[in-house]
Every structure is written in structure tokens, then in C-alpha cells.
Design a protein around this ligand. Sequence first.
Ligand SMILES: NC(=O)c1ccc[n+]([C@@H]2O[C@H](COP(=O)([O-])OP(=O)(O)OC[C@H]3O[C@@H](n4cnc5c(N)ncnc54)[C@H](O)[C@@H]3O)[C@@H](O)[C@H]2O)c1
Length: 256
Amino acid sequence: MSILDRFKLDGKTALVTGGGQGIGRGLALALAQAGADVAIMDLNEETANKVAQEIKEIGRRSLVYIGDVTVSKDCNNAVEMIINKWGKLDIAINNAGIGNWFDAENYPEEEWQKVIEVNLKGVFLCAQAEARVMIPKKCGKIINIASMSGHIVNKPQNQTAYNASKAGVIHLTRSLAAEWAKYGIRVNSISPGYIRTPLIDSEPVKKMVPEWLKMIPLGRLGEISDLQGIAVYLASEASDYMTGADIIIDGGYTVW
Ligand SMILES: NC(=O)c1ccc[n+]([C@@H]2O[C@H](COP(=O)([O-])OP(=O)(O)OC[C@H]3O[C@@H](n4cnc5c(N)ncnc54)[C@H](O)[C@@H]3O)[C@@H](O)[C@H]2O)c1
């Protein structure tokens, strides 16, 4: 088979959490363009339905599950919906995530908890639900969205919960990869740097961007499209010998 054919996802089914906007939307559309049917799990019904429509316009099937990744019943139900409708789940991108900024000494406990719950527990609960249906098939690709913040400490903003949660996602990925290799399930993560999403245009973030740009060797923010290639690679058989890896896509931020 030619190398380009090995990147194709024709006949595959996928789930993308937090796929209603931003990076999740971009990765869901990338999987669909590569040939997969893609289900979206998100809290926001309106945006999730819009992305589902975009997937259908690409010519693929799409499903929406409105649910919370921090609730195991929701994760299980999302996967069950896919199995009931499509019969199998080949690919899962655990992308839903949140952040907040507080100085460590004044971090409100409930704000810390929220970030760890969504970013770390949410990834685990989704991966668990996904693996339960992948194990009997002896194959599957799980892709967790971590962050360069799992490798470095961002500045000038203080975000210990986010940084710790993303470092957790990277090591959770390795742990699951080790446990599930015997079932043919590959588990890898992607660590994006600063990506231009609507969040970047919000007031508190906007004024930080010039500072960030000075710390990025390539001199620009990442685009969502900069992450699409790696997602398709990790979802496809071209990456069959890769598991437990974390791929940093950050314009070189972490090398300085
Ligand atoms: N934007 C960046 O620069 C950047 C950089 C590195 C990593 N990341 C990571 O990429 C992922 C996506 O980021 P984004 O910027 O696209 O975020 P975003 O806020 O634009 O989108 C997140 C999506 O997840 C959904 N979501 C949030 N909490 C959820 C929950 N509990 N259950 C189900 N859905 C939920 C939201 O409704 C939304 O649709 C996150 O894990 C984030 O930490 C983002």
C-alpha cells in the first residue's frame, strides 16, 4: 500500500470530545476529510450540531452526544451510542479541556478541582469507556490532547492546575499505552503550543500575545490547521508502531 493510502481513514469511526469548537472541531473535520465518520461529544448542543452538519457536508456520517466528560455515565453513553449506530469505534480524540489563571498561593480549591476534573479525570473516563469497546476488537487509536504546558511552565500567566493537569495527561497516556498495548490499542498524545482560537481574541489573553510571540522561535501562533496532520497520522495505520508518545507542536516554544 502506498504511504498516502496508509493515512486514509475510510470506513473508520471516530469520537471527538469537545468537538463543538476550536481545536476539537478542527480535528473532527480533519478525520472526516481523511474518510472517517465522526461523532461529537460536547456540552454545547448548538455548536456540536453545527460541526456535525459540517461533517455531513464533507460526505461522512456524524452523530452528536451532549454530555460532560467528567461524568462516567456520559462517557459510556456516548460510546454506546456510537456502537449502537455504527457498530464499532476505531478512533477517539479526548480533547475537551478548560483552563483558568490564579496565583498558586490564592488558588480557589473549586477552581483547581474544575480543571483537574475536566482535563485529567475527563480524559481518563473517556479513554476507559473507549477502551472497553476497543479491547474485544483488539485494535483502536486513542489520542489525548495534552499541551506544551505539560512540559514547560508558561509565563507570565500563572496556571498551576492547568500545567499539572496536562503533565498528568502525558503520563496517563504512557500508562494507558503500556496497559493496552496487548489489546492492540495505541494511545498517544498531542501537546499543542499557543494555538489561535477564539480564546486568544478575548481581552485578558489578547494583551499577553505579544509577550508570547517573543518566546516562539517560529514567531507566530499556531493555527488549528497546524494540528490536523498529526491527528490524522495518529488515527491512521501509518502510526501503528507508535504508542505512549507525546508529539509537541508549538512552533519551537519548548526548545528555548
Ligand atoms: N487553544 C490553545 O492554544 C491550546 C493549547 C494547548 C492545548 N490546548 C488544549 O486543546 C483542547 C481544546 O482547546 P480549545 O482551545 O479548542 O478549547 P475551546 O474552549 O475552544 O473548546 C473546548 C470545547 O470543549 C467543550 N467542553 C468543555 N468542557 C467540557 C466537558 N466537561 N464535557 C464535554 N465537553 C466539554 C466545550 O464546550 C468546547 O466546545 C483543550 O484540552 C486545551 O487544553 C489548547
